[in-house]
Design a protein around this ligand. Structure first.
Ligand SMILES: Nc1ncnc2c1ncn2[C@@H]1O[C@H](COP(=O)(O)OP(=O)(O)O)[C@@H](O)[C@H]1O
Ligand SMILES: [Mg+2]
Length: 260
């Protein structure tokens, strides 16, 4: 569904951010990209979003090549990036201007209800906590029902408790339409909590180091042995990615959670 084929990205200053990255992602799959700083995670998302062009290689969604921002692809950033001169409801409804006002209002109210923010529609972004603002930015990205949602470390600025609750909100929202979700994180717990696949990237140049299938049923019990084992497998790959040359052939078939 989402196909990244032989992506290379060399920036004008000579930095090789990505080297021959090929990833195929199925419709509705949740993929977490995990990796140390500078291994090309943000570059990868920007290429998929069409905000940036690869030096070579292609990105396609359902066979359609992506060269520029596309309505089927939504993006959420680390900071909420709400428009400060619009209310919460106006921010969420920003991409729904083509709908009749009543329909837009209903969609926005329904969305706010789902993430525990009923009644917040008339507030201003500055009146929200960090976690509330990020919930609003996720709603804004999802309300147009994109086929693909890209998220670049969306919860990393939040405290652990808020982060856990937003991960649960995200899964509930994802479940409504099941977009293909690609989420960047450097938090192994977050990867284990969310991923169908955790793809570990290695730095300099950015390459796929491991592609780990996580087959734990949802909702996931974060205190279970299986969850701890999944975290251990991802952590091992992450450690390896920071200290070894590419081993993608050896690691590509690793599966977490399938043998219990
Ligand atoms: N706009 C840019 N111009 C030049 N180099 C960049 C640019 N953006 C990122 N890089 C370089 O590309 C590499 C990957 O960066 P990035 O994609 O931001 O990694 P990550 O998100 O994993 O930390 C780094 O070496 C970074 O310095
Ligand atoms: Mg980044």
């Amino acid at each position: 569904m989402l196909r990244l084929a032989h992506l290379n990205k060399v920036y004008a200053n000579g930095a090789c951010a990505l080297d021959d990255v090929t990833i195929d992602i199925e419709a509705g799959e949740i993929v977490t990209l995990v990796g140390g700083s500078g291994c090309g995670k943000t570059t990868l998302l920007r290429l998929v979003s069409g905000l940036e062009h690869p030096t070579s290689g292609t990105v396609s969604v359902d066979g359609e090549a992506i060269f520029a921002p596309h309505p089927a692809i939504g993006m959420v950033f680390q900071e909420a990036r709400l428009l400060p001169w619009l209310t919460v409801a106006q921010n969420i409804g920003f991409g729904l201007a083509h709908l009749p006002a009543g329909e837009c209002k209903d969609l926005v109210e329904d969305a706010l209800l789902k993430v525990g923010l009923a009644g917040y529609g008339t507030r201003w972004p500055r009146e929200l906590s960090g976690g509330q603002a990020q919930r609003v930015s996720i709603l804004r990205a999802l309300v147009t029902k994109p086929k693909v949602l890209l998220m670049d470390e969306p919860f990393s600025a939040l405290d652990a408790l808020t982060r856990g609750s937003l991960q649960d909100h995200l899964l509930a929202l994802w479940d409504a339409h099941r977009p293909t979700l690609v989420l960047v994180t450097h938090d192994v717990e977050e990867a284990a909590a969310l991923a169908d696949r955790a793809i570990v990237l290695q730095p300099r140049p950015g390459r796929v180091f491991a592609d780990i299938r996580v087959e734990l049923p949802r909702p996931r019990d974060r205190l279970s042995q299986d969850f701890a084992e999944t975290k251990r497998i991802i952590m091992n790959a992450l450690d390896g990615s920071l200290s070894q040359p590419a081993l993608s052939k050896n690691n590509a078939g690793a599966t977490a959670g399938s043998w219990w």
